[in-house]
Structure formats: C-alpha cells, structure tokens
Design a binder for this molecule. Sequence first.
Ligand SMILES: Cc1ncc(COP(=O)(O)O)c(C=O)c1O
Length: 344
Amino acid sequence: ALREALDELDMSDHMLASGYRGLLAKRLAELTPGDLQYTTFGSAGAEAIDFALKLARGYTGKPGVVSAVKGYHGHTGLALAATDEFGAKFGHSMPGFRRVPFGDYEALEAAVTDDVAAVIMETIPATAGFTMPPDDWYPRVRQLCDQRGVILILDEVQAGLGRTGRLWAYEEWGICPDIMVCGKGMSAAIYPVSTATYRQQMQSFFDDNAFAHISSTGGSELGCVTALAMLDQITEPGFLEHVQAMGQRFEDGIAALKEKHPGVLKGLNRRGLLMGVVMSRDECGMLMARALAQRGVIAVYAHYNPNILQLMPPLVIQPDEVDEVLDALDGALAEVGESIGARA
Ligand SMILES: Cc1ncc(COP(=O)(O)O)c(C=O)c1O
C-alpha cells in the first residue's frame, strides 16, 4: 500500500484537510467501542500521549495526572512526566503528576483528588513485563473516573491492535477509555503514525482551541494509507483467532519448558501474543536476551522487572515458527540455567 501511495502522495500539509486522515479517523471510530469518535494524529507514541494529556487537562480545566508506578508512556514532555523512573532523571516532579501501584485500587482512589484531570495507564504495562491487574481493576477504575469526572486515558501503544487476540486490549475487561492512544503497530512497522482517539463530547474543546495541537508530520497521508492497510489485515475474519491460537501454542510449549527448566522458568504473563516469560532471577532477563539472540530470536527483558523477558512475535507468526522459537527458548533456558547454577 505504501509503495503504491508513493506514486501519488506525499506527507500532505498538516494545515490542510486530508481525505486519508479523515478515512483513518472514520475507520478508528467504527472499530472502537463506545463513542470514541475523533482522532488526532502524531508521528510517535509519546506525541499522541502528550496530546491526550493536554486534551484531558484542557477539557477538564484541571492539572492533575495519576499514572502507574512502573508505567511507561514515552520520552517527551508530559509522557515522560507520567512515566516512572526514566522521568526522574530529567527533573521528574513536573507539577500535578503522581503515581500509584498498578492494580492498587485504594491507592488510586486516594490519589484521584478534586484537582485531577486524568488517570493514564498502559492497559497491560509492558515495561513491567505485562503484569496483569486484578479482574475488577478496570471496571472499578472506569467507575471511579465516571464518578469524579476524570478522563481515563488508556495507552494501547503495545497492547492494542490485535496483540492480545482482541482488537483493543481493554475489551478484555469490558470497559472503554475516554481517550485511547496507539502508536508502534499503527505504523505497521513501515511508516510512522500515532493516534489519540477520544470521545465525541471532548471535541468541543477544539471549538475554542483550534490550534490545541499541531504536528507537521503527524498523520501524514503516507502513514494513514499504511495504517488503513494494516487495519484491513487485522480485521480480516480469522485474524484474531489466529493470534489466540498462536498464543495458546506458546503457552502450551512454555508450560512444558517450565517442567524441564524449573530452576529458571517460573511462569508466563500472557494475553494473545503479548507475553512476559517470568524467570527466577533478575539476571536471567539479560542472559536470556543474549542466549536467544545467539539463536536468532530477538526478545528484550522488561526494564522495571528484569527477570521477565518480553516475547512479542509478529502477529502473523505461523505454527512452525512458534515451534522454532520454543526450540530456541529450550536451548537458551538450558544455557542460562547452566550459567546461574540452576540445572534442571
Ligand atoms: C506503552 C508505550 N507507550 C508509549 C510509548 C512511546 O512510543 P514512541 O517511542 O513511539 O514515542 C512506548 C514506546 O515504547 C510504549 O511502549
């Protein structure tokens, strides 16, 4: 799609209306639940997060932002302030930002005071190793935000777009955010584009603030064409079922490897093909990443929990390729077990 588009399109001018931006916004409105109706575009995930936080603050007229300990939203201004630890290195305490442990409802309830504009979470925190919240977490978070007039922003940069075997990760908990942010996969790994999709009522903010967000390269027509082709592919009948089946194949294989390498392999955090392989010690993450790279598999460990290896294969992975990765895991686990003195 991008190759064909290059014959006819360029990035387009961000100050002019664009049919392709309109088509992508329309498609996202159709594919999202609730009344998520409008989309503002960026180039990177962090830019769309910055926009989402600006919109929440502008719309509510309040400054407060509550995010998660061990959360990650990117390396630009407001996104960095909402991000744990990395932000601290650059003068973390931007006014209004505070963090609570992910999944701790009482802490969240206490943090959402009258001055809070937004609660922002990665739907499933990636940099923490895909830790799952308690089952009632998101329904309660949604209810709290409704009761207190707070905007719920869900960062689907890693978890969205079919990765969990559902189109949007938050569907798992039957809720809908007020603003949903996508990046990474939205580009189909071909042309950068990110999106913040928000509820109909929030559009009113732009009536008086038409220039609330400007991005010269955000929502380039080439990116929109690419994203539309990607959305066509992941909404094809059977696509999400394929993701679920491949995820299950990994889970079965990893359960067998757990029996074989009990000194290293402790568990699996998983939804679809979003997987965190939990190991016995912090040093295992780095050792496994190296051992896997030597076997042709690229997987990084989770920054905040280095005993967890992030396994995020392409959603189009085939069964024989899953088995290849499982073989590589088997070899790498044996090597790492050997080097930490935890032989099976
Ligand atoms: C969950 C999450 N949100 C936001 C971002 C920021 O995206 P970008 O690097 O495109 O700015 C990332 C990037 O790793 C991410 O993992």
